[in-house]
Design a binder for this molecule. Structure first.
Ligand code: FO1
Length: 300
């Protein structure tokens, strides 16, 4: 079994290949929940949903969020009526947020809710939120602390950020299920997601780093040079005090990685790294990188 640490961009592209090259029941994914947000009374867990929709075969892979061919009738009408939905929410996607919000309000754990939703979508892989309690990535700006989604979607990532912080009522603990998945795995793969807003929140859950120290860990860099392959990693890395590059990514994972993968084009040199094509622009590229990761996992 392999456990992956994933956000909503980058790693899902690797998972697209992984599900083609390994037994799907042998894939477990611990997913970042620090970008979760309540909107219009419903609970959006963007990274969990992207991974779940991918495995269900219904992900919109033009955007890498939301359901393919979804309609936006409710969003358009709600906006017309003056509701401030700064995320464009599809009708089918909203039904998932509604179901999740309802179950959360009834006191259910996010882990169990995710299992139920995955069953509804016929997902064979194990999808595990990193924690069951609320934790939120916020960025410090001249406007004060704002939710990461406010920064990235509403402000289009265009405002200066001074710091990245995670806020919570109780320090987030990794779930028993997430720790058991790591324990049962031969290898753990840190996918090419945003190190600051996707991977660090997972690594910061109590119990995760300790569990990883007993396992071989393969990490895939999301950078080529100073540019992230997708998403807002550059500014966030700088604000969090890391160089926006593969070296910064390597340092961010503070000695946890046994094998570090960088893109063949990356001009930045991380000592002893393995080089592959990490630009997963289509199914074939995702499968090719997945095969390399699997081969390396066999050497651990
Ligand atoms: N990203 C956008 O850039 N614009 C959107 O309107 C948007 C809506 C949205 C709705 C549901 C969902 O699960 C994700 C959505 N995303 C949208 C993506 C998301 O906000 C972030 O890109 C991820 O959180 C990054 O990991």
């Amino acid at each position: 079994m392999i456990t992956f640490l994933s956000g909503g961009t980058g790693t899902p592209k690797l998972l697209r290949g992984m599900q083609k090259v390994m037994d799907r029941h042998e894939i477990a994914v611990i997913v970042n929940t620090a970008e979760d947000i309540w909107i219009s009374g419903n609970h959006i867990s963007p990274d969990v949903d992207t991974v779940m929709y991918l495995f269900a075969g219904i992900l919109n892979t033009d955007t890498w969020w939301g359901v393919r061919n979804d309609t936006f009738t409710t969003h358009e009408e709600a906006t017309r009526l003056g509701i401030d939905e700064f995320l464009t929410i599809g009708d089918k996607d909203r039904a998932v947020h509604l179901a999740r919000g309802d179950m959360l309000r009834n006191g259910m754990r996010l882990t169990n809710i995710t299992t139920i939703l995955c069953e509804c979508f016929g997902v064979r892989e194990t999808v595990l939120p990193m924690t069951d309690t609320e934790v939120t990535t916020q960025v410090k700006t001249d406007l004060g602390l704002i939710h990461f989604q406010e920064y990235w979607i509403r402000a289009k990532g265009l405002i200066e950020i001074q710091d990245v912080v995670r806020s919570y009522r109780e320090p987030p603990k990794a779930t028993d299920e997430a720790l058991a998945a790591i324990e049962a795995s031969d290898v753990v793969v840190i996918g090419p997601s945003n190190p600051i807003t996707s991977i660090l929140p997972i690594l910061s859950c109590d119990g995760i780093k300790q569990a990883l120290r007993n396992k071989p860990v393969i990490a895939v860099s999301p950078f080529i040079g100073n540019a992230p392959i997708s998403g807002p990693a550059g500014a966030l890395m700088r604000a969090a005090g890391f160089e926006p590059s593969s070296i910064g990514t390597f340092n961010c994972y503070s000695g946890l990685t046994d094998i570090f993968i960088q893109d063949i084009r990356d001009p930045v040199e991380v000592n002893h790294s393995s080089r592959f094509d990490t630009l997963m622009v289509d199914d074939e590229k995702s499968i090719a990188l997945a095969q390399e990761v699997l081969r390396l996992a066999g050497t651990c």
